[in-house]
Design a protein around this ligand. Structure first.
Ligand SMILES: [Zn+2]
Length: 170
């Protein structure tokens, strides 16, 4: 399982609603968690590994031994948001790029687990930030879309460099 880096087209395609909750989905989620830990990330969305599914995995500690911190989220929907806060983010699809993004401070999320059971989750601070970042991926939205105009200018040369390298590959 390879991570799609910017400007890989899969990143803009987003994900489709999951209808079938089977062993294949379970295996995909497990492989995504493994890939996330290998890359020292705290979250990974299916479009980042080239899959057009509304599936994301996360663990705010990024610690593979901390199974309690793991969340596998299917078909998420943010029901409510409260407050706003700027905070630094990075993304496995943008190695080496970090910038401040404004996100809701608290949210209520509804989603389905790997058994297709409806779940509700209240999240704040870092967990809420990860969830919002990963849900963006399911809609083809990237964190660089949400930067301040100053940061957009700052990261532009790095993005252009990634675009050039991508064009040289394809
Ligand atoms: Zn990301």
């Amino acid at each position: 399982m390879e991570i799609v880096t910017y400007p890989g087209p899969a990143l803009r395609r987003g994900g489709k609603k999951i209808e079938v909750f089977d062993d294949a989905l379970r295996a995909t989620a497990e492989a995504m968690l493994e890939r996330m830990y290998e890359s020292q990330g705290v979250g990974l969305a299916a479009p980042q590994v080239g899959l057009d599914l509304e599936l994301l995995v996360l663990n705010p500690t990024g610690d593979p031994d901390d199974r309690d911190g793991e969340l596998v989220i299917c078909n998420p929907e943010i029901k409510s948001r409260k407050g706003n806060e700027w905070g630094e983010e990075g993304c496995l699809s943008f190695p080496g790029i970090y910038a401040e993004v404004e996100r809701a401070k608290k949210l209520v999320l509804s989603y389905q687990d790997l058994d297709g059971q409806e779940q509700e989750l209240r999240a704040d601070d870092f967990l809420a930030r990860i969830i919002q970042h990963e849900i963006d991926h399911l809609k083809g939205v990237l964190f660089v879309d949400r930067l301040s105009s100053v940061d957009k200018l700052r990261v532009r040369p790095k993005l252009q460099d990634m675009e050039r390298k991508f064009e040289a590959r394809v």
